[in-house]
Design a protein around this ligand. Structure first.
Ligand SMILES: [Zn+2]
Length: 124
């Protein structure tokens, strides 16, 4: 109970305050992701002529944008989930083990629903 306490330092504060901060962050990430989605969708409207053949740079670019769009859509979905958890007061709780998710991890990945050790178990 010593090393862990030493790290708390200036991090102590009103927990309600940090929920507000997290919500603001998730909101801004969500706005950003939606902008990116709109940008990608504008690009995807111009579907290249697939008669140009597989190796054509236009087709390659288009398919890249398509893959990016899929990723952005997944990100938006998990940010929306994070927002819902915030509303329900469940934000920052690991959905696999039920323990609080590390603060450092939430700062880097605000949409995560897994703690560090569960995320590692899922990935490997
Ligand atoms: Zn966990």
């Amino acid at each position: 109970m010593t090393a862990a306490n030493a790290r708390n330092g200036d991090r102590t504060g009103d927990p309600q305050q940090s929920v507000q901060e997290q919500r603001a962050r998730v909101h801004s990430d969500l706005a950003e992701a939606r902008e990116e989605l709109a940008r990608l969708e504008r690009k995807l409207e111009h579907r290249p002529d697939f008669g140009l053949g597989e190796g054509s740079p236009e087709i390659y670019q288009w398919e890249m944008n398509l893959a990016l769009r899929k990723r952005v859509l997944a990100k938006i979905a998990s940010l929306e989930d994070a927002l819902k958890s915030l509303e329900e007061g469940l934000y920052g709780i690991c959905e696999r083990c039920g323990k609080p998710i590390e603060h450092e991890r939430l700062e880097i990945l605000p949409e995560t629903t897994l703690c560090v050790s569960c995320a590692q178990k899922v990935r490997y």
